[in-house]
Write a protein that binds this ligand. Sequence first.
Ligand SMILES: Nc1ncnc2c1ncn2[C@@H]1O[C@H](COP(=O)(O)OP(=O)(O)OP(=O)(O)O)[C@@H](O)[C@H]1O
Ligand SMILES: [Mg+2]
Length: 265
Amino acid sequence: MANTPENPVDDRRAVRVEIDRVSKSYNNQRVLDDVSFTIEPGEIFVIMGPSGAGKSTLMRAIVNLEKVDEGEIRINGLDAFKQQTHKLMHTAIVFQAGGLFNSLTVEENLGFYPREHRLYDRKTINEKVAYTLRILNLEGCADKMPSQLSGGMRKRVAIARSLIIEPRLLLFDEPTSELDPVSAANITEVIGTLREEYDMTSIVVSHDRELAASIGERVALMGSGKVVMLDTPQKLAESEDPEVTAFLKPSINCNNPRFRQNLAC
Ligand SMILES: Nc1ncnc2c1ncn2[C@@H]1O[C@H](COP(=O)(O)OP(=O)(O)OP(=O)(O)O)[C@@H](O)[C@H]1O
Ligand SMILES: [Mg+2]
């Protein structure tokens, strides 16, 4: 295969994402401040950081849902601020809230986008929907409405829906938030498995340290629009940088009289 940006030399579907000196402000508040890093093909890359750090803004910029003030983002060398790039690179995003159509069944939710955009013929769509439901253990839910599902199942349906286009780059914004630990572990496992199934690059915004430690190959810790630290989960856990420990090992003030009775400080 030719060594073009669409078909990199190693013949992988998974893409490389380069974030190059990206800055963005909202009303004089610098939300992304000269952010640069590269995500390698096939990597599961986790972005962590406190609320308001700019994580979702960066995710929206990567998928061209947000304009930036400065900098570039490239996917396999192509401009991420052009919609055509996302078509070629099969980019998909799973939003925190899922964004399912409440009036459609699970099966109809999965088939909606490819049908609307006439991506495949009807038989192929049905096959892809059935295959994706099977991969995510959702076969029994095909005819259910989203309101009949648990939070964890709804997340799985949202992920399944994004898989229909066979993504080469899949972004997840807080995939395990609002889930109990068992469902969160299940979604974490799903994200890990999908990378093998689809040969794709995954970017996961999450506060979930279990997720970062178990499937994240590298983690970028963001704070106030900047990358505070970028390394393996283990290196982050070992870090003694106060900005890193403040996020990863927050301490409860044991001198607060309200807590004294319950905490063995
Ligand atoms: N459309 C917008 N208009 C104005 N300000 C915005 C807009 N979107 C985000 N912001 C601000 O930008 C900052 C970063 O927001 P962002 O959603 O990227 O944070 P985040 O790191 O994803 O936080 P969280 O963990 O709470 O989801 C916040 O201070 C937010 O108020
Ligand atoms: Mg966010």
